[in-house]
Design a protein around this ligand. Sequence first.
Ligand SMILES: Cc1cc2nc3c(=O)[nH]c(=O)nc-3n(C[C@H](O)[C@H](O)[C@H](O)COP(=O)(O)OP(=O)(O)OC[C@H]3O[C@@H](n4cnc5c(N)ncnc54)[C@H](O)[C@@H]3O)c2cc1C
Length: 477
Amino acid sequence: MALETPAGGRAVAIVGGGFSGTLLALKLAAARPDWRVTVIDPSSRPGRGLAYGACAPSHLLNVPVSRLETGLSPRFDAWLEARGGMAAALAESGGDLQAAFASREAMGAYLAERLEAARRSGAVTVVRGEVVRLLDGARRGVMLRDGRAVEADTVVLATGNLPPRPPLPAGHWLIDDAAFVTDPWSREGLEDLDPDAPVLLLGAGLTMVDIALSLAERGHRGPMLAVSRRGLLPGAHLYGGAWEPFLARLLPAGPLALSKAIRAEVRRAQAQGQPWQRVIDAVRPVIGRIWSGWSPAERGRFLRHLRPRWDVHRHRMAPRIAARIEALLASGALTTRAGRLRDWRRAGGLIEVELHPRGGGPAQTVCAARILNCTGPRSDLQGLEEPLFADLARRGLIAPDALGLGLETQDCAVLTARGEASTWLYAVGPLTRPAWWEITAVPEITAQVDGLVHALAQDAGEVPALAEVFADMGAGI
Ligand SMILES: Cc1cc2nc3c(=O)[nH]c(=O)nc-3n(C[C@H](O)[C@H](O)[C@H](O)COP(=O)(O)OP(=O)(O)OC[C@H]3O[C@@H](n4cnc5c(N)ncnc54)[C@H](O)[C@@H]3O)c2cc1C
């Protein structure tokens, strides 16, 4: 059964109504009002996705307002001003709205409102459902789990952040144990948590920060221990300062040379009273170009040795969030350790596990009533059982990359298992990380979506190359 038959013009089906899919739908519908643009998402609250949907009002954006403009109308800053409720953020940023950190929930409401307005005007069709298969025979489009089909000439995968991968081998008993929470965003397994019980958080990045703060806010009093291989916490945003882009003259640089150059530049900046944050901001617009010039071996070296440090400097906490985490650490409510966990066993109502500290030393026994998987969204599509990707992989329509980052694409066109670029299947957002690397946050995804809209709407054929797309982003992200 065809759910919607294109009434003329081209039909575009967008799989996923998170930030990437929503922005693409809105921009494509504005550029080509004669086309039929359909967004398909299982959520009852489309437009938000994981980042701007599964959050509490206290969860803040980790990018200031100035970097969250996506070209939609009204602008995000104007919408925030009209909505109000920014007193705490403005007090922190000295009254400067552009430098303020708004809530993720506000961003979600802003996007959802834009999508709803487009739906009401008939510019975009929103279908609630899960896509499980691609149709690529006489009829092209997508098939939903409930058997409905959406016909389309062009399909764009915007499925974004996959649920976290359990950090244990498949079949391990702990994965099936009620004490183990595979996906902390689902909030499953937290409702009946004893507020005095010890909790073990696997991972120490921004997901852990969100979950630790959520637990503290709901009155959790038991000790929270966050364990990661290196025990590194994300850095904090800092207001002020500036640093010139300095990497262009060093291109191309291998991972080691890049690391040395950044460290030397941070020392130079600090000697001049400039924070390291501005140096990292100056790197961000060119990191995609550097990445695209690296061989698979160099990319692998970067992921193995440098990624943890890059991530904690690049993915930062808003100042207010950093202050709250600092307070939890100072009070002892939250502790972090570097090491590996082994030998999981049940001990009455608790799980006991051996913590082998990084750098050696005697193993310690850690006990927890709940273990929360805070390792962040999964990117590796190899062996993924999710029906759509399993189907695409089985039919050779996609090529998961060897480094476990996502899908192989060329200027957003999905590559088949034989390495051919599709003429009608595209991908945007975090799924395209193998080619783009920094394609997680709003500024980069916005630039990528603009490139794809340009290519599709103009029938230009190809999305502008990565270097061109990121060229205008500027520093200070
Ligand atoms: C917790 C968190 C906080 C973040 N905070 C920030 C921030 O402050 N600032 C910033 O710039 N970036 C932030 N990011 C980065 C964020 O990833 C991007 O900004 C953006 O949300 C990615 O959007 P997306 O639409 O690609 O993915 P998602 O938000 O994951 O949305 C994908 C959507 O696709 C749907 N979907 C999946 N499979 C199917 C299917 N088979 N059929 C139909 N629908 C499907 C999902 O249900 C989901 O709604 C954050 C990310 C996370 C995870």
